[in-house]
Design a protein around this ligand. Structure first.
Ligand code: FES
Length: 149
């Protein structure tokens, strides 16, 4: 059994230690915010927060994150509303197909957790390895700038 703390809830799961976190989030916990893109840790579509930092759920085993605080896109919102990063992406319509948005939003949330006032260079560096195949980068950067205010 593996214990996972996801979005503030404790889950005991009968899965192997080495199963990728992404599979358990999507298939066992029905958390479909994190997306399966490359499956190789390269695109960022599967990103989640682990103890406040961005991690690629396709490349992290459940055993490696047992007992740590995992937050998915679904867990960013609170009773008070959406996370400001989510609000910024809605305001700027920072998506075309939307498949990459999970990774973009989680990446900017992780950046803000580390640096509450990132400059343009820090925003671009943070998003550098989070890929958008539609090429919606202008809107994504606008949303990121708004979120980083
Ligand atoms: Fe995990 Fe691409 S699906 S990085």
């Amino acid at each position: 059994m593996i214990e996972l703390n996801v979005n503030g809830l404790r889950h005991l799961l009968d899965v192997p230690d080495d199963v990728p976190l992404l599979y358990v989030l999507r298939n066992d916990l029905a958390l479909n915010g994190p997306k399966y893109g490359c499956g190789l840790g390269e695109c960022g579509a599967c990103s989640v927060l682990v103890d406040g930092r961005a991690a690629r759920a396709c490349s992290v085993s459940c055993g490696a994150v047992s007992g740590r605080r995992i937050v998915t896109l679904e867990g960013l919102a609170t009773e008070d509303g959406l996370d400001p990063v989510q609000e910024a992406f809605i305001a700027e319509q920072g998506a075309q197909c939307g498949y990459c948005l999970n990774g973009m939003i989680i990446t900017i949330r992780a950046l803000l957790n580390e640096n509450p006032a990132p400059d343009e260079a820090a925003i671009r560096e943070a998003l550098r390895y989070t890929l958008c195949r539609c090429g919606t980068h202008v809107e994504i950067l606008r949303a990121a700038r708004l979120a980083c205010g």
